[in-house]
Design a protein around this ligand. Structure first.
Ligand code: AMP
Ligand code: ZN
Length: 482
């Protein structure tokens, strides 16, 4: 299997350190608000990665953190504390805020069929470990104290910038980091690994440097090491984490351990809305509840995401989501037709192309499907193979079985979807239509049969005026609300 490694900017053969069990760390949410659909795209990617690795025969030891300590509104060390801000607004304690949004986050994961990592690590439950980590960095000469905290001295770490390949000095020369920088920092990009808390700060813990709280980046370095050890196979997150958060994690972890600590860095690209950024001021930071309120199923959003490769930007529009919902429903309906069919053998042979010998069309689908999964999680390609099978002119239970087996990766609740499609197909036509309209429709049919077309048309108009249209189908007249 190949995966794209952000560090090398190339697809690499995936080889876990111990051969069988894959150690993964995923940056989890900061729980001061509902997750928006962009956040959730990144977790759908994380889920696809889990499912494909399992499909390839690996077992997983996967850790995701929950950032329930407030960190600042910017990735750097400036701005307000998000958790404190949310707590003050709701007049609740930050612990209540974090508990509420953690529950909401897991509910979203469940609704999207995102499997949970084996270990969920809350930052507030690891403060002692973080303090020890900061102490160890100081002992090794990477941390220094200022009046407001302990900072990481990036001048001591020559590899700084290797993940983002950013030229630090160029970046800083014109950047906003210069505005209001802490004069005590040795380098403008030095970052806090521990913050001293002003008295009024609502989340703080005793430490060798007085009351305070951990820097955001230290959380991930410490918790990943505590559960997974000095060398992880895979570390995931969204692309926004590459230049600061993950760069800082590398600086901390490699300084402490003395060597590389992550073999493969994998990042999900951003979700855009109407080709732009999501933002509170534009009112487009949609949540799963927003989608449900507008009549869509969470799995339609999952299906929407699976149609884009995780390394490409994905543009969300309501039309796009509506298309995804229609396709997903059609997938269930077509799968139902295959389920209801006999166990017909598919005998077509596809011609080899030089690389491949001639083979049975079903074997060709299977091969292409497996290839797609193993080629850096090409789920959109895998989905297109599934559609090739579904659209095959012969209906067969064999195709049903092939497509259903793919649900281990796609996670679209295919069995339940097929059952619902079967129920819908059995429902009598026009079951929800008021009796009065149904009666008029019957009168119209009688008029038509008696060749009284003027009367038939007049009744059709009358029905239309009452808000219904008549559609003649081979099974009878369908009545639909306009
Ligand atoms: P946060 O809770 O802000 O740390 O974000 C949680 C995850 O969502 C991180 O891995 C981010 O990289 C990711 N993320 C944030 N915004 C987007 C977006 N628009 N599209 C995809 N992922 C995002
Ligand atoms: Zn992280």
């Amino acid at each position: 299997m190949k995966v794209y490694n952000t560090l090398s900017r190339s697809k690499e053969e995936f080889r876990p350190v111990d051969g069988k069990e894959v150690k993964i760390y995923s940056c989890g949410p900061t729980v001061y608000n509902y997750a928006h659909i962009g956040n959730l795209r990144t977790y759908i990617f994380m889920d696809s990665l889990r499912r494909v690795l399992k499909h390839e025969g690996y077992t997983l030891k996967h850790v995701m953190n929950i950032t329930d300590v407030g960190h600042l509104t910017s990735d750097g060390d400036s701005g307000e504390d998000k958790m404190a801000k949310a707590a003050a607004k709701a007049q609740k304690s930050p612990y209540e805020i974090a508990a509420f949004y953690t529950t909401a986050f897991f509910k979203d994961l469940d609704r999207l069929n995102i499997d949970r990592p084996e270990i969920i690590a809350k930052a507030t439950e690891h403060i002692d470990g973080m303090i020890e980590y900061v102490e160890a960095l100081c002992e090794k000469g990477y941390g220094y104290e200022t009046s407001d905290g302990i900072y990481y001295d990036i001048g001591k770490f020559p590899g700084y910038g290797k993940l983002s390949r950013a030229k630090l000095d160029e970046q800083l020369a014109g950047g906003s980091e210069r505005v209001g920088i802490n004069e005590e920092k040795r380098h403008p990009a030095d970052f806090a690994i521990w913050k001293k808390a002003p008295k009024e700060h609502i989340m703080q813990w005793p430490s060798p440097w007085g009351m305070g709280y951990p820097g955001w980046h230290i959380e991930c370095s410490q918790m990943s090491r505590q559960y997974l050890g000095d060398l992880l196979d895979i570390h995931t997150g969204g692309v926004d984490h590459i230049p600061i958060h993950h760069e800082n994690e590398i600086a901390q972890s490699e300084a402490l351990v003395g060597k590389k600590t992550v073999n493969y860095w994998m990042h999900a690209e951003f979700l855009l809305v109407d080709n732009g950024k999501m933002s509170k001021s534009l009112g487009n930071t949609y949540t799963i509840d927003t989608l449900i309120e507008r009549g869509f199923s969470p799995l339609a959003y999952r299906y929407f995401c699976l149609n884009g490769h995780y390394r490409n930007k994905l543009n969300f529009t309501w039309e796009g989501l509506s298309g995804a919902q229609t396709s997903l429903n059609r997938l269930y309906e077509t799968l139902l037709a295959h389920k209801n069919a006999a166990d017909v053998k598919i005998t077509e042979t596809v011609q080899g192309d030089g690389r491949y010998a001639d083979m049975n069309v079903m074997d060709a689908w299977k091969q292409e499907y497996e290839y797609a999964l193993s080629d850096d999680l090409n789920i959109p390609l895998a989905l297109s193979v599934i559609w090739k099978a579904l659209r095959y002119p012969t209906k067969s239970k064999k195709i049903y079985e092939f497509v259903l087996a793919a649900d281990d990766i796609l996670g679209l609740d295919m069995e339940a979807g097929v059952e619902a499609a079967a129920k819908a197909a059995q429902a009598p036509m026009n079951a929800d239509v008021p009796e009065e309209i149904q009666k008029l429709a019957d009168d119209r049919l009688a008029a038509k049969k008696a060749k009284d077309y003027a009367k038939a048309d007049q009744i059709r108009d009358q029905i239309k005026a009452m808000g219904y249209v008549l559609i003649d189908t081979k099974d009878g007249t369908k009545i639909e609300k306009v």
